[in-house]
Design a protein around this ligand. Structure first.
Ligand code: NAD
Length: 427
């Protein structure tokens, strides 16, 4: 089929490349000329394992990019809205970008003959597709539902494994108001071996939030347990390994550490809290999930100060800036509150990350950045491990170049060792 993908960030670019791989003809649309230019040259605007290869294979054949909505809508049968849905000041979802993209699609749809399905893939709070996107499309296109179709198809991919996850999902959810548009969206995935769960749009929207809120809850729960274990001298990893053997619990997402970040969990939990409020419900548990997550990275500083009470002028090496390994994404990275606090304490911060230095320079232009772990460790008074990059697991002799071999590990990357003063965050 002919597909247009609106918004070429992490979700849009990966979806576009994977739909092309599944044999569809795909046109990407973005408002940033630089991204359009990069995509048309086959260069990924973001880092994702396997994405570069897919773009190389399909750009110039069945994958292209443009900023021209009219062209994209006219030359496709289905449009996926993949633009960002950030939090606003009070934590509620900011739908301005989704609404702007919907208006642009609607305007182009007015000029188009024939049936077209608009699919919301962005994570949006329940009722957005029906009460937000649909009326905008109707107003701008001058058409009524039925003349076009609408659906909600949440995305569950993990950054860093996005291409793999898109091609090998454990669920595909398609929420639609009518069978025709739902059938069309489901058929786009026929090349993927996965059952399609069919719902209405608001249920599909809720499934995405519950999915992320549950995972975030598992993390905050594990962190709280880890904090208690630490006080009792118990290794929380040993505890959770045993707990995870219970089939009702499962072994995944029970690792305690410096908390969750990224573009999804924090904003999605906050958006669900906001939506709960709108309908008159106080979500006590979800609030606690966020509260634990705010405190958790700052425990790194508490542990550091237990060893080095005065951080003024001390050189502190931060290992890891991305919110997790295998991505260059720093959104809501737990390194951010930690670096902020170190700066406030007067420490001299130097940081290293395999991929995220350029992004972090936009937030902290004045700290020092190094190009390798050994460079950042050289002469430092302590190091904080903030991201679970594989290379931090194998650090060994590199610690010898530190002035003071103090390691505060926020991601369970190292184990206690004789030659280093090792402090685990929750273990
Ligand atoms: P992103 O910020 O990386 O990308 C959004 C893109 O939309 C940008 O390239 C931006 O230039 C473009 N854009 C903005 N306004 C536009 C407009 N009017 N028309 C066309 N393009 C426009 O966002 P993302 O991380 O890909 O997330 C997109 C959505 O998917 C969000 O709702 C997010 O919650 C959800 N989601 C993200 C992930 C993830 O891992 N990043 C996973 C699942 C779901």
């Amino acid at each position: 089929m002919k597909i247009s993908v609106i918004g070429t960030g992490y979700v849009g670019t990966v979806s576009a490349a994977c739909f092309a791989e599944l044999g569809h003809e795909v046109i990407c649309v973005d408002i940033e000329p630089l991204k359009i230019d990069m995509l048309n040259r086959g260069v990924p605007p973001i880092y994702e394992d396997g994405l570069s290869e897919l773009l190389e294979k399909h750009v110039g054949k069945n994958l292209s990019a443009t900023s021209d909505y009219d062209f994209a809508i006219n030359n496709s049968e289905v449009s996926f809205i993949c633009v960002g849905t950030p939090s606003n000041q009070d934590g509620k979802i900011d739908l301005a970008i989704v609404k702007a993209a919907s208006a642009s699609i609607g305007k182009s749809l007015r000029k188009k003959k024939g049936y077209h399905v608009i699919v919301v893939k962005s994570t949006v709070v329940p009722e957005t597709t029906e009460k937000g996107v649909l009326p905008i499309i109707e107003n701008q296109s001058g058409k009524k539902l039925g003349e076009f179709g609408i659906a909600m198809n949440p995305e569950f991919l993990r950054e860093g494994k996005a291409v793999h996850d898109f091609m090998h999902p454990d669920k595909i959810v398609v929420g639609s108001l009518d069978k025709r548009s739902g059938d069309i969206v489901a058929s786009l995935y026929s090349g993927i071996n996965c059952e399609v769960t069919r719902t209405n749009p608001r249920t599909a929207e809720m499934i995405k939030y519950v999915n992320n809120a549950f995972l975030a809850t598992k993390i905050s729960f594990s962190n709280e347990v880890g904090n208690i274990c630490k006080e009792l001298g118990i290794d929380t990893y040993e505890v959770m390994k045993a707990v995870g053997k219970d089939f009702r619990i499962g072994p995944h997402f029970l690792n305690s550490g410096a908390g969750f970040g990224g573009s999804c969990f924090p904003k999605d939990v906050k958006a669900l809290i906001g939506k709960a409020h709108d309908v008159g419900y106080e979500p006590t548990l979800l609030r606690s999930v966020m509260a634990v997550n705010e405190i958790q990275p700052l425990r790194m500083i508490t542990l550091l100060k237990n060893k080095l009470p005065d951080l003024k002028g001390k050189k502190i090496a931060v290992l890891g800036l991305a919110f997790k390994n295998d991505t260059d994404d720093i959104r809501e990275s737990r390194s951010i509150p930690v670096i902020k606090e170190l700066i406030e304490e007067g420490a001299q911060v130097c940081a290293y990350d395999k991929m995220a230095i350029e992004s972090m320079k936009r937030i902290f232009p004045d700290i020092e950045y190094c190009n390798s772990a050994i460079d950042v460790l050289r002469g430092s008074d302590a190091c904080l491990i903030m991201t679970e990059w594989g290379e931090f697991k194998s650090l060994d002799k590199e610690f010898n170049v530190m002035k003071n071999r103090l390691v505060i590990d926020g991601r369970h990357m190292q184990s206690p060792r004789k030659d280093v003063d090792y402090v685990g965050l929750c273990w």
